[in-house]
Design a protein around this ligand. Structure first.
Ligand SMILES: [Zn+2]
Length: 336
């Protein structure tokens, strides 16, 4: 049996933080995934297996700690494991070798070195968690894109989302009949599309989360499922810009509406309304329609809608218009 240097396999230093280990694993797993190495399958499979095994240990803080402590002393650990195995057989109790018992399993598909450490000398199934008991499933998170209209109206919506879930083929164990699972290639996780019926709170905003209780990762050994969190992303709206609960809209108006005052139609999320422009209004003025913004997700007062008046100056004047504008200009400049 050979000592496995999991740090070397992932190409990370012994003190590498968790996130570096994860990103090294992801990079290597992508590179050596058997599906991406079709003319080099054998090497890819071996590499992928090593990488998965290394991450199985280093990606789990508990296993990593034990590997760090006992890994270099593996021969002694091996002898101890053998002793423990005999003990277990005679006691018919879940094997517990310093807590190494609940992963790997006999014929995990990983190396003998891994099995020696993490299988409990045979018997304990990777997912059994026999000495740990039920374990709650993971909380998962994914992004959901909603329109401004979805956020304004709120209510029920059926959505299809890609979520990471336990592999159904191997039930998240990563192995099948002692071999790496052919579906998830040992990761125990797969991405799949699932339909969800969600309830959108009125006024929900960018970056806020919707929790789907019990729709996360499947628990093990009878443990409850985790939750699924949907992180909301509101798609850009062609009409409105949103700032908090307030909405902003640009409204083109004629020169005459600004100069003489007018009643104009303005779009709001609740439908068109009529707004009065006072005589002598300056171009680019921001008018406020109180309470016409977004509902407040916490139930407080709704936001406002701000309407920016964008004056449109007349172009291609007729002779008569030109004459009248000149006359107006003359009046303004004190000439008759
Ligand atoms: Zn699988």
């Amino acid at each position: 049996m050979n000592y496995k240097d999991y740090y070397a396999i992932l190409g990370v230093p012994k003190n590498a933080p968790e996130k570096d280990i994860k990103s090294a694993y992801r990079k290597l797993a992508r590179k050596w995934h058997p599906d991406a190495n079709l003319n080099n399958t054998k090497e890819a499979e071996d590499r992928f297996k090593d990488i998965s095994e290394a991450y199985e240990v280093l990606g789990d803080s508990e296993k990593r700690r034990k590997y760090d402590v006992l890994g270099s002393d593996w021969q002694q650990a091996s002898a101890q494991a053998e002793q423990q195995r005999r003990y277990r057989t005679s006691q018919n109790e879940p094997f517990d070798f310093g807590g190494f018992s609940n992963a790997g399993g006999a014929g995990s598909g990983f190396s003998d070195f891994f099995d020696m450490f993490f299988s409990g000398g045979g018997g304990a199934r990777r997912t059994a968690n026999a000495n740990v008991g039920a374990r709650r499933g993971q909380d998962l998170e994914t992004t959901i894109e909603l329109t401004l209209r979805d956020a304004y109206d709120g209510g029920k919506k059926s959505v299809s989302l890609q979520v990471e879930d336990a592999c159904a083929r191997c039930r998240g164990t990563g192995t099948e009949n002692g071999r790496l699972c052919t579906v998830c290639h040992g990761t125990g996780r797969v991405l799949q599309n699932k339909k969800f019926d969600i309830t959108i709170p009125r006024g929900i905003g960018d970056g806020q989360r919707i929790r789907l209780s019990g729709q996360g990762g499947t628990g093990t050994a009878g443990g409850a499922s985790g939750d699924l969190f949907l992180v909301v992303k509101i798609a850009e709206d062609p009409t409105y810009k949103r700032k908090g609960s307030d909405l902003y809209v640009d409204l083109p108006v004629s020169l005459y509406d600004l100069v003489l005052g007018a009643e104009v139609k303005v779009p709001t999320m609740a439908g068109q309304v009529t707004m009065s422009i006072p005589e002598g209004t300056q171009n680019n003025r921001l008018m406020r329609l109180a309470g016409k913004g977004m509902p407040n997700v916490k139930g407080a007062a709704a936001g406002d809608e701000y309407v920016r008046l964008i004056g449109q100056l007349p172009q291609s004047l007729t002779d008569k218009e030109r004459k009248l504008f000149k006359e107006l200009s003359g009046l303004r400049n004190g000439k008759k």
